[in-house]
Write a protein that binds this ligand. Structure first.
Ligand code: ZN
Length: 101
């Protein structure tokens, strides 16, 4: 019986070839479809495999959908953005980094 060492604690393995930080850094652009096809794929793969990042993705997706559902002229205001953030927060979404305004 061989003794398999337990998984090393260290940094999380790269999922989709990128780490969590890189995935979250590119998340907004990913949701906007502004990344190159290669990066889109990396982020998509990462989110599909990474339990830690997925809630973040959910939040930002919900945010963009909320923004997309309202009229553009209204969406230009920071107040509306704040209101949407507040609503999502009450729904249980909690971004780990504040959206800059
Ligand atoms: Zn991750």
């Amino acid at each position: 019986m061989s003794d398999q060492p337990p998984a090393a604690p260290g940094p999380a393995p790269l999922k989709g070839g990128i780490d969590c930080r890189a995935a979250l850094d590119q998340l907004w652009e990913y949701l906007d479809g502004e990344l190159s096809p290669e990066k889109m794929e990396s982020v998509r793969t990462h989110l599909a495999l990474c339990a830690r990042c997925y809630p973040e993705h959910d939040f930002e997706k919900a945010f963009l959908e909320a923004v997309g559902n309202c009229r553009k002229d209204l969406c230009a205001s920071h107040r509306l953005k704040t209101k949407i953030m507040d609503t999502l927060h009450r729904l249980g979404f909690s971004p780990t980094r504040p959206t800059s305004v």
